[in-house]
Design a protein around this ligand. Sequence first.
Ligand code: PMP
Length: 282
Amino acid sequence: MMRFAYVNGRFCAHPDAAIHVEDRGFQFADAVYEVWSVRDGRLMDADGHFQRLSRSLAELRIPEPRSRPALERIIRELLRRNRVSNGLVYLQISRGQARRDHAFPKQAITPTIVLTCKRLDFAAADRRAETGIGVITVPDQRWARCDIKTVNLLPNVLAKQAAYEAGAAEAWQVDADGYVTEGSSTNAWIVTKAGKLLTRQADNGILHGITRARILDCAQRLGLEIEERAFTPAEALDAREAFLTSATSFVTPVVSIDGKTVANGAPGSLARALRETYLAEA
Ligand code: PMP
Protein backbone atom coordinates (compact mmCIF):
# COMPACT_ATOMS: atom_id res chain seq x y z
CA MET A 1 0.00 0.00 0.00
CA MET A 2 1.18 3.50 -0.83
CA ARG A 3 2.31 5.47 2.24
CA PHE A 4 2.09 9.25 2.44
CA ALA A 5 3.95 11.86 4.44
CA TYR A 6 3.30 15.58 4.82
CA VAL A 7 6.25 17.94 4.24
CA ASN A 8 6.01 21.74 4.27
CA GLY A 9 2.47 22.08 3.02
CA ARG A 10 2.25 19.07 0.73
CA PHE A 11 1.28 15.44 0.98
CA CYS A 12 3.81 13.31 -0.87
CA ALA A 13 4.64 9.66 -1.40
CA HIS A 14 6.58 8.47 1.66
CA PRO A 15 9.67 7.32 -0.33
CA ASP A 16 9.95 10.81 -1.85
CA ALA A 17 9.48 12.73 1.40
CA ALA A 18 12.63 14.80 2.00
CA ILE A 19 14.00 17.93 3.57
CA HIS A 20 17.01 20.04 2.58
CA VAL A 21 20.54 19.05 3.69
CA GLU A 22 20.90 22.42 5.41
CA ASP A 23 17.75 22.02 7.45
CA ARG A 24 18.66 22.96 11.01
CA GLY A 25 16.88 19.89 12.33
CA PHE A 26 19.29 17.73 10.33
CA GLN A 27 22.38 19.88 11.05
CA PHE A 28 21.89 20.74 14.72
CA ALA A 29 18.85 18.82 16.05
CA ASP A 30 17.34 22.33 16.20
CA ALA A 31 13.84 20.88 16.11
CA VAL A 32 11.04 19.57 18.31
CA TYR A 33 8.64 16.70 17.85
CA GLU A 34 5.43 15.19 19.19
CA VAL A 35 3.87 11.74 19.05
CA TRP A 36 0.18 10.95 19.46
CA SER A 37 -1.29 7.49 19.67
CA VAL A 38 -4.31 6.97 17.45
CA ARG A 39 -7.00 4.57 18.70
CA ASP A 40 -10.08 3.85 16.63
CA GLY A 41 -9.26 6.88 14.50
CA ARG A 42 -8.98 9.31 17.44
CA LEU A 43 -5.89 11.12 18.73
CA MET A 44 -5.30 10.12 22.35
CA ASP A 45 -4.62 12.88 24.87
CA ALA A 46 -4.75 15.40 22.02
CA ASP A 47 -4.82 18.49 24.26
CA GLY A 48 -1.79 17.51 26.33
CA HIS A 49 0.37 16.76 23.29
CA PHE A 50 -0.64 19.98 21.49
CA GLN A 51 0.08 22.00 24.64
CA ARG A 52 3.49 20.37 25.07
CA LEU A 53 4.28 21.06 21.40
CA SER A 54 3.54 24.77 21.89
CA ARG A 55 5.71 24.83 25.00
CA SER A 56 8.65 23.07 23.30
CA LEU A 57 8.48 25.53 20.37
CA ALA A 58 8.28 28.53 22.72
CA GLU A 59 11.28 27.29 24.75
CA LEU A 60 13.37 27.17 21.57
CA ARG A 61 11.85 30.36 20.13
CA ILE A 62 10.63 28.60 17.00
CA PRO A 63 7.43 30.25 15.73
CA GLU A 64 4.35 28.00 15.49
CA PRO A 65 4.05 27.28 11.76
CA ARG A 66 0.42 26.10 11.90
CA SER A 67 -2.52 26.67 14.21
CA ARG A 68 -3.84 23.68 16.13
CA PRO A 69 -7.00 23.42 13.97
CA ALA A 70 -4.80 23.47 10.84
CA LEU A 71 -2.57 20.73 12.29
CA GLU A 72 -5.61 18.67 13.19
CA ARG A 73 -6.92 18.94 9.63
CA ILE A 74 -3.54 17.80 8.26
CA ILE A 75 -3.41 14.90 10.73
CA ARG A 76 -6.93 13.76 9.82
CA GLU A 77 -6.06 13.82 6.12
CA LEU A 78 -2.75 12.02 6.72
CA LEU A 79 -4.50 9.25 8.68
CA ARG A 80 -7.16 8.95 5.97
CA ARG A 81 -4.62 8.71 3.14
CA ASN A 82 -2.59 6.10 5.02
CA ARG A 83 -5.69 4.23 6.24
CA VAL A 84 -4.38 4.29 9.80
CA SER A 85 -7.00 4.03 12.53
CA ASN A 86 -4.76 2.39 15.16
CA GLY A 87 -1.18 3.60 15.33
CA LEU A 88 0.76 6.77 15.88
CA VAL A 89 1.23 10.21 14.35
CA TYR A 90 4.71 11.74 14.38
CA LEU A 91 5.18 15.50 13.95
CA GLN A 92 8.50 17.30 13.69
CA ILE A 93 9.04 21.04 13.41
CA SER A 94 12.53 22.43 12.89
CA ARG A 95 13.66 26.04 12.94
CA GLY A 96 13.97 25.77 9.16
CA GLN A 97 16.58 25.76 6.45
CA ALA A 98 19.51 28.20 6.43
CA ARG A 99 23.19 28.45 5.51
CA ARG A 100 24.99 26.43 8.18
CA ASP A 101 25.83 28.58 11.20
CA HIS A 102 25.26 27.70 14.84
CA ALA A 103 23.46 30.91 15.83
CA PHE A 104 19.87 31.48 14.72
CA PRO A 105 19.63 32.91 11.17
CA LYS A 106 19.52 36.73 11.20
CA GLN A 107 16.62 36.83 8.74
CA ALA A 108 13.38 35.14 9.73
CA ILE A 109 13.06 31.69 8.14
CA THR A 110 10.07 29.42 7.73
CA PRO A 111 10.02 26.43 10.08
CA THR A 112 10.12 23.00 8.45
CA ILE A 113 7.15 20.81 9.23
CA VAL A 114 7.02 17.07 8.71
CA LEU A 115 4.25 14.63 9.60
CA THR A 116 4.19 10.86 9.23
CA CYS A 117 1.99 8.13 10.65
CA LYS A 118 2.14 4.38 10.97
CA ARG A 119 0.05 1.48 12.18
CA LEU A 120 0.77 -0.06 15.57
CA ASP A 121 -0.22 -3.46 16.84
CA PHE A 122 -1.86 -2.53 20.14
CA ALA A 123 -2.73 -6.20 20.71
CA ALA A 124 1.02 -6.92 20.88
CA ALA A 125 1.37 -4.10 23.42
CA ASP A 126 -1.44 -5.71 25.44
CA ARG A 127 0.44 -9.02 25.38
CA ARG A 128 3.63 -7.28 26.54
CA ALA A 129 1.67 -5.75 29.40
CA GLU A 130 0.43 -9.23 30.38
CA THR A 131 3.96 -10.62 30.76
CA GLY A 132 5.87 -7.47 31.70
CA ILE A 133 9.24 -6.36 30.38
CA GLY A 134 12.84 -6.13 31.55
CA VAL A 135 14.83 -2.91 31.81
CA ILE A 136 18.51 -2.20 32.30
CA THR A 137 20.05 0.86 33.94
CA VAL A 138 22.49 3.15 32.13
CA PRO A 139 24.10 6.48 33.06
CA ASP A 140 22.00 9.47 31.98
CA GLN A 141 24.25 11.28 29.50
CA ARG A 142 21.77 13.90 28.32
CA TRP A 143 21.67 17.69 28.54
CA ALA A 144 20.01 19.78 31.25
CA ARG A 145 16.71 20.48 29.41
CA CYS A 146 15.16 17.06 28.97
CA ASP A 147 11.78 18.72 29.58
CA ILE A 148 11.88 20.09 26.01
CA LYS A 149 10.87 17.47 23.45
CA THR A 150 13.71 18.02 20.99
CA VAL A 151 14.94 15.57 18.36
CA ASN A 152 18.33 15.62 20.09
CA LEU A 153 17.92 11.94 20.97
CA LEU A 154 21.36 10.38 20.56
CA PRO A 155 21.79 9.44 24.25
CA ASN A 156 18.28 7.94 24.16
CA VAL A 157 19.15 6.00 21.00
CA LEU A 158 22.30 4.59 22.60
CA ALA A 159 20.42 3.73 25.79
CA LYS A 160 17.70 1.85 23.89
CA GLN A 161 20.28 0.00 21.80
CA ALA A 162 22.13 -1.03 24.98
CA ALA A 163 18.82 -2.35 26.34
CA TYR A 164 18.13 -4.40 23.22
CA GLU A 165 21.66 -5.80 23.19
CA ALA A 166 21.16 -6.86 26.82
CA GLY A 167 17.87 -8.58 25.92
CA ALA A 168 15.82 -5.92 27.71
CA ALA A 169 13.05 -3.70 26.35
CA GLU A 170 14.00 -0.33 27.85
CA ALA A 171 16.87 1.44 29.61
CA TRP A 172 16.29 3.46 32.78
CA GLN A 173 18.72 6.36 32.83
CA VAL A 174 20.40 7.14 36.14
CA ASP A 175 21.61 10.65 37.02
CA ALA A 176 24.93 11.59 38.65
CA ASP A 177 23.33 11.36 42.12
CA GLY A 178 22.25 7.77 41.51
CA TYR A 179 18.54 8.43 40.87
CA VAL A 180 16.49 7.14 37.96
CA THR A 181 15.46 9.97 35.67
CA GLU A 182 13.36 8.15 33.04
CA GLY A 183 13.53 5.58 30.26
CA SER A 184 14.87 6.30 26.78
CA SER A 185 11.31 6.95 25.56
CA THR A 186 9.15 6.33 28.64
CA ASN A 187 8.63 7.62 32.18
CA ALA A 188 9.57 5.39 35.13
CA TRP A 189 7.41 4.46 38.13
CA ILE A 190 7.49 2.20 41.18
CA VAL A 191 5.05 1.18 43.92
CA THR A 192 6.85 0.88 47.25
CA LYS A 193 6.31 -2.01 49.66
CA ALA A 194 4.17 0.40 51.69
CA GLY A 195 1.94 0.87 48.61
CA LYS A 196 3.04 4.39 47.69
CA LEU A 197 3.22 5.30 44.00
CA LEU A 198 6.48 7.07 43.10
CA THR A 199 7.56 8.82 39.91
CA ARG A 200 10.19 11.49 39.49
CA GLN A 201 9.08 15.10 39.89
CA ALA A 202 8.51 16.86 36.55
CA ASP A 203 11.69 18.94 36.61
CA ASN A 204 14.12 19.67 33.75
CA GLY A 205 15.66 16.20 34.14
CA ILE A 206 12.75 14.40 32.46
CA LEU A 207 10.25 14.79 29.69
CA HIS A 208 6.91 15.75 31.20
CA GLY A 209 5.10 12.75 29.81
CA ILE A 210 1.52 13.37 28.80
CA THR A 211 0.70 9.78 29.78
CA ARG A 212 2.53 10.39 33.09
CA ALA A 213 0.17 13.29 33.85
CA ARG A 214 -2.89 11.22 32.91
CA ILE A 215 -1.74 8.28 35.05
CA LEU A 216 -1.19 10.60 38.04
CA ASP A 217 -4.81 11.70 37.51
CA CYS A 218 -6.05 8.11 37.36
CA ALA A 219 -4.01 7.21 40.48
CA GLN A 220 -5.52 10.09 42.39
CA ARG A 221 -9.03 9.02 41.47
CA LEU A 222 -8.21 5.43 42.46
CA GLY A 223 -7.26 6.86 45.87
CA LEU A 224 -3.60 5.81 45.70
CA GLU A 225 -0.97 7.47 47.83
CA ILE A 226 1.33 9.35 45.43
CA GLU A 227 4.71 11.02 45.78
CA GLU A 228 6.52 12.76 42.93
CA ARG A 229 10.16 12.19 43.81
CA ALA A 230 13.21 10.52 42.40
CA PHE A 231 13.98 6.90 43.36
CA THR A 232 17.12 4.79 43.01
CA PRO A 233 17.49 1.49 41.14
CA ALA A 234 17.92 -0.17 44.58
CA GLU A 235 14.53 1.20 45.67
CA ALA A 236 13.03 -0.06 42.43
CA LEU A 237 14.44 -3.54 43.04
CA ASP A 238 12.97 -3.47 46.54
CA ALA A 239 9.59 -2.25 45.25
CA ARG A 240 6.29 -4.11 45.12
CA GLU A 241 5.82 -3.07 41.49
CA ALA A 242 7.57 -1.15 38.76
CA PHE A 243 6.21 0.09 35.45
CA LEU A 244 6.68 2.61 32.69
CA THR A 245 4.38 4.91 30.74
CA SER A 246 4.31 6.50 27.30
CA ALA A 247 1.82 7.54 24.65
CA THR A 248 2.33 4.38 22.60
CA SER A 249 2.87 1.81 25.38
CA PHE A 250 0.33 3.28 27.87
CA VAL A 251 1.28 1.47 31.12
CA THR A 252 3.72 -1.44 30.86
CA PRO A 253 4.82 -3.44 33.92
CA VAL A 254 8.57 -3.83 34.53
CA VAL A 255 9.38 -7.26 35.99
CA SER A 256 13.18 -7.15 36.00
CA ILE A 257 15.91 -4.54 36.37
CA ASP A 258 19.46 -5.37 35.29
CA GLY A 259 18.46 -9.03 35.20
CA LYS A 260 17.16 -9.03 38.79
CA THR A 261 13.51 -9.76 39.45
CA VAL A 262 11.16 -7.08 40.78
CA ALA A 263 8.91 -8.54 43.52
CA ASN A 264 7.74 -11.99 42.34
CA GLY A 265 8.59 -11.30 38.70
CA ALA A 266 4.96 -10.91 37.62
CA PRO A 267 3.17 -7.70 36.59
CA GLY A 268 1.70 -5.85 39.56
CA SER A 269 -1.97 -5.23 40.26
CA LEU A 270 -1.73 -1.42 40.43
CA ALA A 271 0.01 -1.24 37.05
CA ARG A 272 -2.83 -3.33 35.64
CA ALA A 273 -5.51 -1.19 37.31
CA LEU A 274 -3.91 2.02 36.06
CA ARG A 275 -3.58 0.64 32.51
CA GLU A 276 -7.23 -0.41 32.50
CA THR A 277 -8.45 2.88 33.98
CA TYR A 278 -6.40 4.89 31.50
CA LEU A 279 -7.54 2.90 28.46
CA ALA A 280 -11.18 2.91 29.56
CA GLU A 281 -11.11 6.72 29.53
CA ALA A 282 -8.90 7.22 26.50
N1 PMP B 1 10.37 10.27 28.30
C1 PMP B 1 10.93 10.35 27.10
C2 PMP B 1 12.39 10.61 27.01
C3 PMP B 1 10.16 10.15 25.93
O1 PMP B 1 10.72 10.23 24.72
C4 PMP B 1 8.78 9.86 26.06
C5 PMP B 1 7.93 9.59 24.85
N2 PMP B 1 7.73 10.71 24.09
C6 PMP B 1 8.23 9.81 27.35
C7 PMP B 1 9.05 10.02 28.45
C8 PMP B 1 6.76 9.55 27.56
O2 PMP B 1 6.02 10.70 27.22
P1 PMP B 1 4.52 10.60 26.68
O3 PMP B 1 3.74 9.95 27.78
O4 PMP B 1 4.11 12.01 26.46
O5 PMP B 1 4.58 9.76 25.46
